[in-house]
Ligand binder design. Structure first.
Ligand code: CO
Length: 477
């Protein structure tokens, strides 16, 4: 397996740079080398997606979000861990493999093609849209899906990771998020879409666990849509936070620039919150805050006459520029997000803002099953070293800002996925699962932490490095 050693980009590159290098191998390993002890109740698979191929033919992807998607599966059963990984057989991937070039648009990397084709892509109903679903995985009834921000989710088999060759549902718009919510009562997936064109709009939609046709809950007209990576959910409302990083839909079609480079930072617009009633679709707008930017909602809930909205907040949208691959590979520092609470006053449309904890955190997770839409206490996420890259897992107590963290020199952990213990008594009664890059060894491992005190319980060695990914989910059983 000598060819599994990742290529060193340059001699000056920081150790973390191998997390942005291509992984070619697709393997199945029945039993990973395990140290420590797994809880006996922990049975199921951590399913993750992320970019794993950063060059096609003689072209290189430009941005972390561009890499071609690979799925990874860590399956825990009877105290043992098996592993498999496979490139997601999206049409973006298959076209790149068959033609040896980038065929579909990515977030910040375009195929070279004519203006006519660009306009056609945007306004023709999707014939040329990409489906490189490298952001998150989700579950809709018994269907497992990989998602990105294009409207073409990819269904896959949870055991073999093979693409199913069918679209699980159709997004009512040209853009969506890879962070849907789940409706507790029906098991439906709730998500956002942006419909772009001469008359653009934001939409919220629902897809039932056994359905493939979406039901549009609300349509909100907008002239210049904001970049939207996630949204919030309370028991009554869908929560839209519009940061002033916006796009003119016509420019998107005509500029000739890659997708994200058409967005403009307009701080004079401030940050605008809109609440959409889940039952009626009625929108309540007019909550205005200072300009800021976020990828991730953490949680939201109603208390008395306020709606509380927690986000991992950046001062502006320059974090997107921080994540270009040449910068990341050179070890340029990445801006930190802080855990920030916005209290929206329903009576007077006021917005009060408060920082909940010191230090950076992003890729946030909560005890979703117990606490989403409801008052909660704990957030887990990744911490960023002040002058560098993600190097810790943090647990923050939202009531007093107290923080715990796990780190190990030379190791770079990914998003910590919380898994509740069956019959858990407390909010933090469970484990965290995180894929960690050991830069010195040039390999990655699955780390299992006690979610309460973030102490290590076990780790299982993967046979290769796993490029830094974004999100995943635990599928029990
Ligand atoms: Co995300």
């Amino acid at each position: 397996m000598s060819n599994t050693t990742p290529e060193r980009i340059t001699d000056q590159a920081p150790a973390s740079a191998i997390g942005f290098s291509t992984l070619k191998q697709e393997v199945v390993v029945d039993e990973l080398e395990l140290s420590g002890e797994l809880p006996s109740w922990l049975t199921g698979s951590l399913l993750r997606t992320g970019p794993a191929k950063f060059e096609v033919g003689d072209r290189r992807m430009r941005h972390w979000f561009d890499g071609l998607a690979m799925l990874h599966r860590f399956t825990i059963d009877k105290g043992l861990v098996s592993y498999g990984n496979r490139f997601l057989e999206s049409r973006s991937y298959k076209a790149a493999r068959e033609q040896g070039r980038i065929v579909y648009d990515e977030f910040a990397t375009d195929p070279c093609r004519s203006l006519f084709k660009r306009v056609h892509t945007l306004f023709s109903g999707g014939g040329l849209l990409p489906d490189n679903a490298n952001v998150n995985v989700g579950r809709l009834g018994e269907r497992f899906i990989a998602m990105t921000e294009s409207p073409l989710p990819v269904q896959f088999d949870r055991h073999t990771l093979q693409a199913a060759g069918v679209r699980p549902y159709k997004v009512p718009g040209l853009l969506t998020t890879a962070h849907p919510h789940m409706d507790r009562a029906s098991g439906a997936m709730l998500n956002y879409a942006a419909n772009l064109g001469p008359r653009s709009s934001y939409r919220f939609f629902a897809v039932g666990p056994h359905e493939s046709k979406p039901r549009v809950i609300a349509t909100l007209p907008v002239r210049e849509p904001a970049y939207m990576h996630s949204f919030g959910l309370t028991e009554r409302y869908l929560v839209l936070a519009e940061f002033p990083y916006v796009v003119n839909p016509l420019a998107l079609a005509l500029s000739g620039r890659p997708y994200i480079e058409n967005y403009r930072w307009k701080p004079e617009l401030g940050t605008r919150f809109t609440l959409v009633d889940r039952a009626t679709g009625k929108a309540t707008a007019g909550f205005q805050a200072d300009a800021c930017f976020a990828f991730h909602h953490v949680n939201a809930y109603e208390v008395d006459d306020e709606v509380v909205v927690d986000l991992c907040v950046y001062p502006d949208a320059s974090i997107i520029e921080d994540l270009y691959l040449d910068r990341l590979r050179a070890g340029k520092p990445v801006t930190e997000a802080t855990l920030t609470r916005f209290r929206l006053g329903l009576a007077d449309r006021s917005v009060r803002r408060e920082q909940l904890a010191d230090g950076g955190i992003d890729l946030p997770r909560i005890n979703y099953g117990r606490c989403n839409e409801r008052p909660y206490r704990y957030v887990w996420g990744n911490g960023i070293r002040p002058k560098g890259w993600i190097d810790s897992i943090r647990k923050i107590d939202t009531t007093d800002g107290a923080a715990l963290s796990w780190s190990q020199p030379g190791c770079y952990p990914g998003e910590p996925v919380f898994v509740a213990r069956p019959e858990a008594e407390y909010e933090d009664d469970g484990v965290l699962l995180s894929v960690v890059l050991d830069a010195e060894a040039g390999t990655s491992f699955l780390l299992v932490l006690d979610a309460a005190d973030v102490s290590e319980l076990a780790r299982a060695q993967a046979p290769h490095h796993i490029p830094f990914g974004f999100h995943g989910q635990f599928a029990a059983g």
